[in-house]
Design a protein around this ligand. Structure first.
Ligand code: KG4
Ligand code: ZN
Length: 344
């Protein structure tokens, strides 16, 4: 088979990124430009600032990508781009670049769902084996997905309210930590003790999650302590909170593997960078003989290598778009393949 080189472009939130991946799993080069430091002072991503920064940095990111490598735009097989979900202004910048390059260089345009991208960050670690359970834990998603083969996404369960990353960020804010709070809570969680009492949320027979009650329990705990003139110990609160989150997530995911007779687990999304979650899954998967894969730390959060990797499998599946492709803020992973699959 002729080698397939996919140029991936990702700009759905506050990272502008471009990458070239060969045959779905060999990363040639990736550039990620994060705006984290700009948004930090606002306590979250400001959409208008994010899209403006993307416009300013996009050509630089692409120039840097093609600098010092032997591959030229003409050598690229197809262009994969995140079309959604995400911040509409941010998405539009990457999408416009992808459409322009696709038109000018006459290359197929491949729309990639952002969550499919997160899932395929794992294919840069090792070849994905099926059937598998994919757990997506990010700032916007907490889904347990069954995949019989490539690009076959079946939802087993998901969050009924807040996503787990969102919950981490809100808890962090309550105790006065900077955005994004997830990595900081993770760091403190390794220094404290599980001394507080928090409820195990939605501990039922479904594969769904609910984190808003847990967030409220943390807020109440902090406020009640303040009323008594006491300070909560951030390290101990982080440990208690993280233990609770890790317990419910691992419990439901391990049950999904068992009940569906699946031996392969992949975890992805920003919260997959969580050391407590990675360690717990590794221990449980060793005990149960489950093949466990998680992306390398910096590819848990947004990057274009995962979009290029997903783009390769989407390309094989006949997923294509034309110049009418538009960005969408809200988009279901479970509708995605049907929407864009073309008969070859
Ligand atoms: O996947 P991502 O970059 O954005 C979405 O597509 O939503 O994930 C960002 C989320 C943030 O909520 C951030 O706090 C969380 O991932 N996060 C973590 C850790 N690193 C990032 N949460 C817990 N522990 C971490 N180590
Ligand atoms: Zn993401």
């Amino acid at each position: 088979m002729k080698d397939v080189y996919i140029l991936g472009i990702e700009s759905s939130c506050d990272e502008m990124s471009a990458s070239i991946v060969k045959n779905g799993n060999e990363e040639i080069k990736t550039i990620v430009l994060s705006q984290m430091d700009i948004h930090k002072k606002y306590g979250g991503v400001v959409p208008e600032i994010a899209s403006r920064c993307h416009i300013e940095s996009a050509s630089m990111v692409l120039e840097e990508l093609f600098c010092d490598i032997d591959i030229k735009l003409n050598d690229i097989t197809a262009i994969a781009v995140t079309y959604g979900p995400g911040l509409i202004g941010s998405l539009l910048v990457g999408l416009q670049i992808a459409k322009t390059l696709s038109f000018v260089y006459n290359k197929p345009l491949i729309p990639v769902h952002h969550i499919a991208g997160h899932i395929y960050a794992n294919s840069l670690v090792k070849e994905m084996k099926f059937p598998l359970i994919a757990l997506v834990v990010s700032g916007g998603h907490t889904d347990i997905i069954y995949m019989k083969e490539h690009f076959d996404f079946n939802k087993l369960g998901g969050t009924l309210d807040d996503a787990v990353g969102e919950c981490y960020d809100k808890v962090a804010r309550v105790v006065g930590l900077d955005y994004p709070g997830g990595p900081l809570i993770d760091m403190y969680a390794h220094k404290g003790k599980h001394v507080y009492k928090l409820p195990l949320p939605l501990d039922d027979d479904s594969y769904n999650f609910s984190f808003s009650g847990l967030k409220s329990a943390v807020i109440n705990l902090v406020h009640n302590s303040a009323q008594k003139g006491e300070n909560v110990n951030i390290e101990n609160l982080a440990t208690t909170f993280q233990d609770t989150v890790v317990e419910i997530i691992t419990k439901k995911t391990m049950r999904a593997l068992k009940e569906h007779n699946v031996n392969n687990l992949i975890v992805c999304g920003g919260v997959a960078a969580n050391k407590g979650l990675r360690e717990k899954f590794q221990t449980l998967c060793n005990e149960e003989n489950i093949d466990f894969t998680v992306p390398k730390m910096n590819y848990c959060t947004d990057n274009a290598a995962m979009i290029a990797s997903a783009g390769f499998y989407a390309y094989q599946k006949g997923i294509r778009a034309n110049m009418s492709l538009n960005a969408v803020a809200v988009s279901s992973l479970y509708e995605y393949v049907r929407l864009f699959k073309c008969e070859e």
